[in-house]
Design a binder for this molecule. Sequence first.
Ligand code: GGG
Length: 356
Amino acid sequence: MSTYKVALVPGDGVGPEVIAEARKVLDALEASGGGMSFRYTHFPWGSNYYRETGRMMPEDGLEEMKLHDAILFGAVGDPDIPDHITLHGLILPIRRAFDQGVCLRPSYLYEGVNSPLEGVNPGDIDMVVFRENTEGEYAPVGGFLYHGMPEEVAVQTNVFTRRGTERIIRAAFEYSRKRNKARKVTSVTKSNAMAYGMVFWDRVFDEVAAEYPDITTESLLVDRACMDFIRHPQQFDVVVASNLFGDILTDIGAIVTGSMGLAPSANINPDGLYPSMFEPVHGAAFDITGKGIANPLAAILSAGMMLEHLGEVEAAGRINRAVESNLREGGVRTPDLGGSASTSQVGDEIVRLMSV
Ligand code: GGG
């Protein structure tokens, strides 16, 4: 019996609602005698914690979190607190402190789900974006000069290190080899305009690509990549992009595969020195918070990615197959997918499908 210590950070908005369903599914796996158990620590961090303490999480909070095997995260963001405070106060420090430089975000068009794109059938869209996750455009490097004065200057510095850039590009190539599908890696930059960091990225991409002659490569500017994610997403297999571009591309990837509520993600610490973190791509979704209608499938699929990362491949497969059946059958689904089921009814249905 393997026991895993899981740090739960439900966070803000719909985060607690969808993480409750992910936990329901993990609890069902444990109860079904799959040879694994989970010990949870609940971290009540986020915007309410900020209102009480002036911080999104305690200063020494990561010391305790570090002792876990994995982190399951909900969402961050609040209508009354500026987004840069919530993001830079909670999730970005976790990704950096635990060196989670590789973010994996799959987009798959499931049977039973309609893409808003015409002529795109189930399985046609099947891509994985590798997003650089600890530096690039998200680096907290910059400042204000003459703050609040008419001559104010704001400086924001993008940071591209060889370690971080090479690591994410290599991870994409390694994954492409293991995935054994189209064996194609597309790199996305804007090196015509960003003539240092992204020219450097292109150079590192070409260097790493030379080590993988069995894999087809392509380099696109981000504007072209955004158009192509919409007009022919079928052409993509593995995509590698910077922190900001990876974030934007994966929102497009989620929408063309039917819903933000279906997109999971993994923030991986490649050395295994720290816990990796698993979270739905969607954010806090204030418009539906508390209504009990958020789609929990992205969070449940993220829990599946966590199990796969922990080596529980069979259990991860059970989750994936249950989600596939649920979407194929179509009877129990939340309003984002055209249904009328609640968040908790979808969680119950996934548990039921795992046992049939
Ligand atoms: N569950 C993901 C989440 O809460 N995302 C909020 C957000 O805006 N994230 C930006 C990012 O991941 O870069």
